[in-house]
Design a protein around this ligand. Structure first.
Ligand SMILES: NC(=O)c1ccc[n+]([C@@H]2O[C@H](COP(=O)([O-])OP(=O)(O)OC[C@H]3O[C@@H](n4cnc5c(N)ncnc54)[C@H](OP(=O)(O)O)[C@@H]3O)[C@@H](O)[C@H]2O)c1
Length: 233
């Protein structure tokens, strides 16, 4: 198979869904992970119903992918959840575990199993989605923000480990893009936060795909361990 294989987590809706449609329309075979079924149909797209926090299931699905396709070229780790905004002392331990299980451990599951496949071809591109929240440190977002800070440090260290295998790892941190996730945030507070950016209005899906296009190019083999904030954060 000539087409590159790109895996997008959190593919059912929001930014992930946009990316699925965008890359399915190009010369890629797109694989998508999310917990629920997707209504997107394309001969270039295969959907897997999977909770990325379930490490055994992630391992199993990657082994199925290895059997069927023999490789993965690109992984966009996009799946994440954001609990409602709340002062930290009111957030139950179960909520913290749930958010960390998806945003941090799930992303690590996908990286670990994906890299095992990428190493075989001495090639790979990993792009992890963080957020402007890491820079803005927004009141009431301790858990979401700390998960995004964790994956940022994780990515930078991982980049050093796998560059010898031809694999780059980078982070894209969008500002705010209209999706279900950004609707969980108080919209007045969001507008106030946006005023701190050089670009003080909502971002676009195209801003994300444009940056990913650049990071996943073969020629971008020297770009690794970078954190790219969108919107002039
Ligand atoms: N939208 C923004 O303003 C914004 C700003 C900065 C950064 N980001 C980042 O961009 C990424 C996408 O955000 P979004 O706004 O598109 O979110 P969204 O609209 O809420 O979509 C989240 C996606 O993740 C999937 N998902 C959630 N938990 C999962 C799990 N445990 N396993 C597998 N899939 C899971 C969901 O599908 P299922 O429900 O079917 O699982 C859904 O497809 C996130 O990493 C987010 O932090 C977003």
């Amino acid at each position: 198979m000539d087409k590159k294989i790109i895996l997008i987590t959190g593919s059912r809706k929001g930014i992930g869904r946009y990316l699925v449609e965008y890359y399915s329309g190009k010369e890629y075979k797109v694989l998508g992970f999310s917990r629920q079924e997707s209504d997107y149909k394309s001969e270039n797209y295969s959907h897997f119903c999977i909770d990325i926090g379930d490490d055994k299931l992630v391992k199993h699905i990657f082994s199925e992918i290895r059997k069927k396709y023999g490789r993965i070229d690109i992984i966009i780790n996009n799946a994440a959840i954001n609990p409602s905004i709340s002062p930290f002392i009111l957030i139950p331990a179960d909520t913290i575990k749930r958010v960390y299980t998806t945003n941090v451990f799930g992303l690590m599951n996908s990286c670990r199993e994906g890299i095992k496949l990428m190493i075989k071809n001495n090639y790979g591109r990993i792009v992890n989605l963080s957020s402007m929240a890491v820079k803005h440190e927004i009141y009431g977002e301790t858990i979401y923000t700390s998960t995004k800070a964790a994956i940022t440090s994780f990515t930078r260290v991982l980049a050093k480990e796998v560059i010898k295998n031809g694999i780059t790892c980078n982070v894209i941190a969008p500002s705010a893009i209209p999706t279900d996730l950004s609707l969980t945030v108080d919209q007045n507070a969001l507008n106030e936060v946006l005023k701190r950016n050089a670009i003080n209005h909502l971002g676009r899906m195209e801003d994300v795909s444009n940056t990913i296009d650049w990071l996943i190019k073969d020629e971008s083999n020297a770009i690794t361990g970078q954190v790219i904030y969108l919107g002039g954060v």
